[in-house]
Write a protein of this length. Structure first.
Length: 177
């Protein structure tokens, strides 16, 4: 199997939360993955093969244009958007999203983000939350209403918005590569 074939396989694995931990191999074990787990798996493979492909976490503005019902949540908090993060891969100067076109529950794929941070394919939940905090700080510098809210409050509001996203709609695949 080629690296490109591995990327296609991971892209085609159904989108869905993983329950068996954070190691990139969870995509094989559960036959599904999120932006975090899918990109971790391919970034780990690239690292093992010494390919110049890296995992990044980017910050974007989650609002009603992405998630039905998010606008009502945001309005209650007097916000027009809430900072959210998404994982992608970078090769040369281009970003790639192996969850694009997946049934991820958003109205459209996340194609452009405002800020990006390179992370290890084996980043812990704590490390990824720290990157989320950096994204929030970035948006707090731009938005005086966000600047008045704590990281925990922003994370809680983002969780309310994410709860509006429908569950993944495809059953897990049954065969590994």
């Amino acid at each position: 199997m080629t690296f490109r074939a591995a990327c296609r396989w991971v892209r085609d694995v159904p989108y869905g939360s993983n329950s068996a931990g954070r190691h990139p191999d969870v995509v094989f074990d559960e036959q599904r993955g999120t932006c975090q787990s899918k990109h971790s798996l391919i970034a780990a493979l690239a690292q093992e093969l010494a390919l110049p492909v890296s995992k990044y976490i980017g910050g974007y503005r989650l609002d009603e244009s992405l998630v039905d019902g998010a606008g009502a949540v945001l309005a209650r908090h007097r916000l027009t958007y809430i900072p959210q993060t998404h994982c992608v891969l970078k090769y040369e100067e281009r970003f790639f999203d192996l969850t694009a076109g997946n049934c991820h529950g958003k109205k459209r794929d996340i194609t452009d983000m405002d800020v990006y941070f390179r992370v290890s394919p084996f980043a812990t939940a704590g490390e990824e939350y720290a990157v989320y905090g950096l994204c929030v700080q970035y948006y707090q510098q731009l938005d005086p209403v966000l600047a008045l809210k704590s990281l925990n409050e922003i994370h809680r509001i983002a969780g309310e918005c994410r709860a509006k996203v429908p569950l993944a709609c495809a059953p897990p695949r049954t065969a590994a590569p």
